[in-house]
Ligand binder design. Sequence first.
Ligand SMILES: Nc1ncnc2c1ncn2[C@@H]1O[C@H](COP(=O)(O)OP(=O)(O)OP(=O)(O)O)[C@@H](O)[C@H]1O
Ligand SMILES: [Mg+2]
Length: 284
Amino acid sequence: MADGMFPDDPPVPAPAAAKSPYLVLARKYRPLSFAQLIGQDAMVQTLRNAFKSGRIHHAFILTGVRGVGKTTTARILARAFNYEDETGRHPTLDFDKEGIHDRAIIEGRHVDVVEMDAASNTGINDIREIIDSVKYGPVSAPYKVYIIDEVHMLSTAAFNGLLKTLEEPPEHVKFIFATTEIRKVPITVLSRCQRFDLRRIAPPGPPTSRASSRSRTPPSSWSPARRKARRATRSPSSTRRSPIRRERWRPRPSARCSASPTGRWSSTSSRRSCAATSPAHWRG
Ligand SMILES: Nc1ncnc2c1ncn2[C@@H]1O[C@H](COP(=O)(O)OP(=O)(O)OP(=O)(O)O)[C@@H](O)[C@H]1O
Ligand SMILES: [Mg+2]
C-alpha cells in the first residue's frame, strides 16, 4: 500500500527478529582456516611441514598474550586433524572445501572434538573423565581431539593426573592446550607438548616513535663527551629487548655522580637520555 502511495520512500528495514542474531566482532570474524589466520606464519609453516611428512605430534600447547588467536588456532587444528572428504581421510592444513566433519567442529557440536575450559574445570576429577574416555576410539572422525583452554588454571593434581596419558596417548588422540600463562604450566607438561608461541600481529605503517628512538644513533653534531655520556648511560641492546634484563640493568658507575642532587647522574643530558631506558623508580 505504502509503495503505491509514496514510491520514493526508502525501503522499510526488516523487523529485528528476522535478522541473524548479533555476533560480537571477535566471533563474527573468527578465522575458520589457516589461510584466514594472519601473522602466525612460523607456526603454520611448521605445522604444514609436519603434516606433509606425516610426523604429527600428539600434544600441542599454544601460548601468547590475550587475543592472538590461541582458541581459534586450536579449533582450526582440530579441523585439520579430522579433515575428511569424498576421497578419504587425510589430515591437511589447506581446506579447499569444507570437509565432512568441518561444519560440526566449527559449530562446536562434534562428538570427537571435546573442548574443555580449564578455568571452570580445574580439578583432578575433570581430568579423570578425559583419562577414562581416551581409551575409546573416535565415533566418526579420524581423531579424538581434546582442546583444553586456559590450561594453566588446572590444579597441580590435575596436571599430574594428565602426565601419563599425555606422554603416551592412544594413536587416535590429540591434545591441544591453550594458555596465556605458560609459566604456570609445569615443565613436565611442557616437555610432552609441541609448543607454539603465537605472536602479536604487527600494525601496518611506520614504526612507533618509541621504537625508532631506540635505534636512533646520536647526531653527528654531538660532542665526543656527550656521546661518551650517552654510551655510558645506555643499556646494551640485549637489555633493552628483554623486559627482565631491563628491570635489572644498572648504569656503569662512571655514569653516576656524587655531586648531583639525586646522586645518580653525571649530567642533565645523560640523565635525560637515560630516562627512556631506566625504570621509573630510578628517576629522581
Ligand atoms: N591471527 C589472527 N588472524 C585473524 N584474526 C585473529 C587472529 N588472532 C585473533 N584474531 C581475532 O581475534 C579473535 C579472538 O581470538 P581468540 O579468541 O582465538 O584469541 P585467544 O588468544 O584465545 O584470546 P584469549 O587469550 O583472550 O583467550 C578471533 O575471533 C579473531 O577474530
Ligand atoms: Mg582463548
